[in-house]
Design a binder for this molecule. Structure first.
Ligand code: CP
Ligand code: NVA
Length: 330
């Protein structure tokens, strides 16, 4: 049997395909129970601290609502709301928080920080995004793929964009674990780290997954079941990278040409926030400097029948709740 009690959720590499399967099934059960109004609370009396070095909408709200739905209490510590990382070390902070809370969510820069929190706090720690990985996002993405396409195994998932970022890395690992066909569509310089690619190819030997890199967008998207993209510049990256990213990734924009070479029932996914129109401050700023009105995805694709981005966003709630229930629930 699968038992995740007391476990941390730091990266998908730490989990077996069966354990990931278990979390996806639990997510689906919790979603159904909430919809039916029969959700059972398994986290009464628990306290969870949400520590953020970077901002968030979905991840924070999913942890807050997920915990409250299950009867737990949360404390939000934002980028400027605590001593963490400034006056107090990761190790000391972990020891303090571990004495007051039953679990810790961390979003930040270094993967080594979230790993250290788990090591020194003695309670389950959840990775709500680091520069390297965004594992809770992948659970929501895979639940969404299953809801729309029925199953994961053998499905072709193309990640177009900066495939070295947290999303490219995590999708590749998740796809390897679940036996999917993963393609990174990006120029060579933005392919995931070779060591991680090789690790995923090893996992793929066991699971039947296929891991590919491709620097030709239309070739990559041919017969795709899922086309996924993410922002071209991630949180924490310096302003200066915009110019080169735009130049490098323009050919990898998800537009109707990409959708047309994919399977007719292809779904478009994005972890969000997305740059698809000029209705944000960042977009207006980039527009002024570089003249673009859309970036990683066109507004047409974002709003098309292929787009499942808001269902994907909702599924952050059900999957993050499942991680908490599995690890600290009664
Ligand atoms: N997808 C995602 O993690 O969104 P937030 O940054 O809003 O949490
Ligand atoms: N790669 C993006 C993901 C946001 C959810 C970032 O790190 O900013």
């Amino acid at each position: 049997a699968v038992n995740l009690k007391g476990r941390s959720f730091l990266k998908l590499l730490d989990f077996t395909p069966r354990e990931i399967r278990y979390l996806l099934d639990l997510s689906r059960d919790l979603k159904r129970a909430k919809y039916a109004g029969v959700e059972q609370k398994t986290m009464e009396g628990k306290n969870v601290v949400l520590l953020f070095q970077k901002d968030s909408t979905r991840t924070r709200c999913a942890f807050e609502v997920g915990a409250l739905d299950q009867g737990a209490h949360v404390t939000y510590l934002g980028p400027s709301g605590s001593q963490f990382g400034k006056k107090e070390s990761v190790e000391d902070s972990a020891k303090v928080l571990g004495r007051m809370y039953d679990a810790i969510q961390f979003r930040g820069y270094k993967q080594s920080d979230v790993e250290a929190l788990a090591k020194y706090s003695g309670v389950p720690v959840y990775n709500g995004l680091t520069d390297e990985f965004h594992p809770t996002q992948i659970l929501a993405d895979f639940l969404t793929v299953e809801e729309h396409l029925g199953y994961l195994k053998g499905r072709k998932l193309v990640f177009a964009g900066d495939a070295r970022n947290n999303m490219g890395n995590s999708l590749m690992v998740g796809a390897a674990k679940m036996g999917m066909h993963f393609v990174a569509a990006a120029p060579k310089d933005l392919w995931p780290d070779v060591a991680l690619v090789n690790q995923c190819k090893e996992i793929a030997k066991e699971t039947g997954a296929k891991i590919e890199m491709c620097d030709d967008m239309l070739k990559a998207c041919k017969d795709a079941d899922v086309i996924y993209t993410d922002v071209w510049v991630s949180m924490g990256e310096p302003e200066e990278v915009w110019a080169s990213r735009i130049k490098d990734l323009k050919p990898f924009q998800v537009n109707m040409a990409a959708i047309k070479v994919a399977k007719s029932e292809v779904i478009f996914m994005h972890c969000l926030p997305a740059f698809h129109d000029l209705n944000t401050e960042v977009a207006q700023d980039v527009h002024k400097k570089f003249g673009l009105t859309e970036m990683e995805v066109t507004n047409e694709v974002f709003n098309s029948k292929h787009s499942v981005v808001f269902e994907e966003a909702e599924n952050r709630l059900h999957t993050i709740k499942a991680v908490m229930v599995a690890t600290i629930g009664k």
